[in-house]
Design a protein around this ligand. Sequence first.
Ligand code: GDP
Length: 468
Amino acid sequence: GDIADGLTRGAERLQSTVSEAFFEPVIRLGVTGLSRAGKTVFITSLVANLVNRGRMPQLVAAADGAIRTAYLQPQPDDTVPRFDYETHLAALTGPAPHWPESTRAISELRLSLRVQPSGLLSGFQGPRTVHLDIVDYPGEWLLDLGLLEKSYAQWSEDTLKRIADRPAAAAYLRQAEEARETKEWEEPQAKALARGFTDYLAAARVAGFSDLTPGRFLLPGEMEGSPALTFAPLPPEENAPRKGLWREMERRYEAYKRQVVKPFFRDHFARIDRQVVLVDALEAINSGPRAVEDLRRTLTDILSAFRPGRNAFLSQIFLGKRVEKILFAATKADHLHHRQHPRLTGIMEALVADAKSRADFAGAETAAMAVASLRATTEDSVEHDGRTLDVVRGALLEGGKRAAFHPGELPEDPARLLVPAREGAERWLDGDYAAMRFAPQPITLKPGEGPPHIRLDRAAQFLIGDRL
Ligand code: GDP
């Protein structure tokens, strides 16, 4: 009785002391966004600013000195490529600064923070270690979630309908129409169709569209050329012959879902605690109303992955766990004078409002912000035609010429931007924006300095501040 109880209690106490000393909390931070949204630059600059104690006044644990050190450690997952932090940082901060290679697939980086709590209890607590496992992955992969609920016939129909009036799709649509005649499956034709569809996706991306699924077509990684990536949408066929082209496309589409899409969600996505979704809203706005409409729809699709309750497969792999915080960050805010930043934040909020209103992301806390991971400009105002214009100054990527630019205006009321294109939406950012492709500014970082940014510290505070 008593002795056994005492022993149990003693053992429990010992156990909790041991786990306090050895248990080191891990935060898995997912970083995603569509291609060229700014994932690589975001992670590189965030890590550099934490490791080198850059200017992070809004990250409380950095400002009050609680973060003693931050250092890189081997990551826990041995088969996931490591995020190539050193190479990317060297690109951005070296003697001839240039933008790093963008995200092509999943990668991971472990940053460990040694934290000494300040305040009342600080005298009693020793420093703790918190591991931040940053997982970088293409947003296009999240879009593939939509495929799980669709048969090949449905997916083909939806896709062909959606792209029917896009000039970039004309060649592929012809190709798919011609394939109607084919009864026999032959690999060269399957390959040509997949090639044609991939070419369309690449052209659609250039035209500013963002619904670029299947996600692995533009970012194939090591599966390039495999049957699971060699399919394309075809018009419906009644009684398609069993060994014909249509059936084989259908079979490959199912293989893609089973062997590419599901493993990613199960092995990586379901383990994320906190998430940042980066969005190049400015690029879409500059491309015009259709691209904005498309971006909003695509974001809604991306965000459905964060409402696991609505999807049987997701509920099953999440097992009641959830993503605790989601940050929606409009990137490259250094293209705008800070006077326009609140508008950009408002637009970001409006872009995700649709998805949010349907379900509040299963209880996750959300926020929207405008950030620049690596600030490539400085602000100024100039006199022009008798009025004062807010401008930003930077060096152009092509030619390196330094100049002042006025990108144009964002609407004060985001609703004006989100009017559907066919109902006469206006054009915004039609000043210099299209010409504003900046090179990173040459910087000499002294010890204790990080790369210049806008609001990365606010982003970090929202994402991990409560755990430091
Ligand atoms: P990813 O495909 O999401 O990994 O995108 P990257 O991080 O590679 O960024 C794509 C491009 O966006 C870069 O090559 C830069 O041209 C631009 N970019 C990203 N972040 C910033 C930023 O903070 N400021 C500016 N001016 N450009 C940026």
